[in-house]
Design a protein around this ligand. Sequence first.
Ligand SMILES: Nc1ncnc2c1ncn2[C@@H]1O[C@H](COP(=O)(O)OP(=O)(O)OP(=O)(O)O)[C@@H](O)[C@H]1O
Ligand SMILES: [Mg+2]
Length: 478
Amino acid sequence: MDIISRYRIIFTYLKSLKFRILLVLLAVGWIPMTLIAVSLLGSYRSMAVSSRSTEIQNQCRILANQLLNYHYLEDPSSELINGELTQLASMYDGRILIIDQDFRAIQDTYDLIEGKYVASEEVIRCFQGQTSNKVTAQGFIEIAIPVKESEAETAQGVLLASISTDSIRDGAETLKGNASVFFLAYGVLVTALAVLLSWLLVRPVERIRQGLHEISSGHSTEDLAVKNYTETAQISEEFNKIVTQMRLLDESRQEFVSNVSHELKTPLTSMKVLADSLLMQGEAPVELYKEFMGDIAEEIERENKIITDLLSLVKMDKKAASLNIAPVDINDLLELILKRLRPIASGKNIEMVLESFRPVTAEVDEGRLTLAFTNLVENAIKYNKENGWVHVSLDADHKFFYVKIMDSGMGIPEESLDFIFERFYRVDKSHSSEIDGTGLGLAIAKSAVLVHKGAIKVSSQLGEGTTFSVRIPLNYIA
Ligand SMILES: Nc1ncnc2c1ncn2[C@@H]1O[C@H](COP(=O)(O)OP(=O)(O)OP(=O)(O)O)[C@@H](O)[C@H]1O
Ligand SMILES: [Mg+2]
């Protein structure tokens, strides 16, 4: 594995949900514990030192009273007191000095400065009645207690104690050692739990990814069903909807292609039959040639219309970006369409009426709408009866314009109404068998209306007539 793919794997992992969850779990597990440990260990030593010095101070105070009771300052030979002094000093690993009124050390448990003068700041302040208690930079607790009657202001002597805090430091070290072992064990446990939990939590997401991969690579056609979390259940559901839509789309595409091939083949087959029969005749009369050629020209015309319609449909399906939007006078547009179709209508003696309630100008693609309305009016004529009528009306409000195309024709059976806008759909063959058509006109009309964000509706009464209602926004909505 080269270095780039190694980095890519690491980078992918760092960006993964699993890693993020792991980080959160580790933080939740580690941070509070670390804070507690650090603050406890940090305060342990100062707490121990302060409780030790209070304890010693109390002991020294008792001793100072005893010094008075036994008149030790006048005669420091009391074995009882000396014994207690030595015991206290050795118990706390320290040194005790007794200083008399002349600042002379009359007792030193270290036996170093007996008889020497001690006139430190603490001692002087202590003679004025002040107790002092401090911890030196070298880690010694130093206590100075005045030896005096309880109500006296000045002291008759001073008891100086200097105690090492080494034992406290050693205790703190031991505690730290034990805490580290505990902390290590705790850390391993928390990390293991975090890894396990992050894996468990992300597993449903991982299963979704796996499922999607299997479907996208074509190894599975089953629905996605990861129901562990509400979210994964919803994702599965939405995804299955998309897949269903795509399958339907694929089916309709296949159907469309087969319909197109069939429709394009029909005129070709007719032409082939016509041409073959002429060829087989040998010496055919010119009239027959003319007649067959006329039929062939008709089939070519049919083929041409199908191809033109297909191209319009493909153009309609393209994105709205290819629209050619401009203000168009809709009254003029409809008038022109009716004028063009009037010759066909008069062939069946069908009366055509255009009723405009007001002048309407709208932002539309003129070409596409002309195609749509032409198809609708053409149908109204095509599927009409002799001496029938076609009624086109135009109205508008502040938002939309409305076009209605009503006819007195054969109508559409109710069960067909849901399908007439589908490509290549024609109401059963007997209904319109003599009437030429491919079944693309309404699909084109609907696409053209929808691309304008409009709506198209149909209502029909079999044997009485049909009404198509179109609604289109006056201003184009991008
Ligand atoms: N006004 C109408 N009255 C009765 N039936 C209609 C009417 N308009 C459409 N239909 C029915 O709906 C079917 C679909 O119409 P559509 O315009 O899509 O196709 P077509 O007219 O058959 O062919 P094309 O328009 O592509 O030449 C028609 O075949 C016809 O059966
Ligand atoms: Mg049509």
